[in-house]
Design a protein. Structure first.
Length: 160
């Protein structure tokens, strides 16, 4: 199976990514990393965005980097400025993401954390975005809050 855009994909937005004084037409593709856990040890997903070079259909690069920890902010990802220098600036200048001012060091590199524009993510979604977003639903918090409220009520009742 080829990675090149098919006729039905022609409505997908492509972008020009400048690298080493050359412009490359790229097609972003959304997926996610699955090898992460939250602080409770539950399996979670982080966003992953790959760029496909339109002319050749080859992988141009991966915009995001997985640093092994779950990112609790919805639509957030660390940007791989090690392999794609200037990728964070490119995303921000094109209105595809907003800078958070937060970074994480790994090895000799510092990776900036950005929040992707949800409209951009929806435009490159192949059906995986809903699965990624589902982990941010507040169902766990509601159950935990209800249990906490019951414990609090019981303890207050005994203090009287």
């Amino acid at each position: 199976m080829e990675d090149t855009p098919t006729e039905k994909d022609t409505n997908l937005q492509t972008y020009i990514f400048e690298q080493y004084e050359e412009g490359y037409e790229v097609l972003p593709q959304l997926t996610y990393y699955t090898q992460v856990q939250d602080w409770l040890g539950e399996a979670k997903k982080n966003l992953a965005i790959t760029l496909i070079e339109v002319e050749t259909g080859d992988d141009f690069g991966v915009l995001t980097v997985n640093l092994g920890e779950f990112i609790g902010a919805k639509n957030a990802a660390y940007i791989d400025t090690n392999n794609l220098p200037g990728a964070d600036t490119w995303l921000i200048e094109n209105g595809l993401a907003k800078a958070t001012g937060l970074t994480k060091d790994s090895g000799y590199c510092t990776y900036p954390l950005v929040i992707f524009d949800e409209g951009f993510l929806r435009s490159i979604d192949d059906g995986t975005l809903a699965d990624y977003h589902a982990q941010f639903e507040p169902t766990r918090g509601k159950r935990a809050k209800t249990q906490h409220s019951r414990k609090t009520s019981k303890s207050r009742g005994t203090e009287r």
